[in-house]
Ligand binder design. Structure first.
Ligand SMILES: [Zn+2]
Length: 113
């Protein structure tokens, strides 16, 4: 799983922002995860708990917004939600799709004290 490195870079970013804001404590981390990344929320939480021990991030609540995969058909322009294994346009059956959403992975914001 790649959650270790993802959580590590996310944690570094949160810590940097907390330091810049001179925060005593990070209370909440708002995270956006696209479903296509395959990142599991529980894993992120697990590594975050581990990494944050003894830092201002320790005990911060993790709020995760999952983004369902969306694609746009290059043939007819239809935008629709992607099935897990079904990579065809729901309107015209075209197979030339452009991924519009679902690959997101970023810290949207943090809340500090
Ligand atoms: Zn189409």
């Amino acid at each position: 799983m790649h959650e270790v490195s993802i959580t590590q870079s996310m944690f570094d970013l949160v810590l940097k922002h907390a330091e810049q804001a001179e925060a005593k404590k990070v209370t909440k981390i708002n995270l956006v995860i696209g479903e296509m990344t395959g990142v599991v929320r529980e894993c992120v939480q697990f590594y975050l708990d581990f990494l944050s021990k003894g830092t201002v991030v320790e005990g911060a609540a993790l709020s995760v917004e999952m983004v369902p995969p969306k694609a746009r058909c290059r043939q007819c322009g239809e935008t629709f939600q992607l099935g897990e294994f079904d990579w065809t346009c729901t309107k015209c059956g075209g197979k030339s799709l452009q991924v519009m959403a679902g690959r997101e992975l970023f810290v949207e914001s943090i809340e500090v004290e």
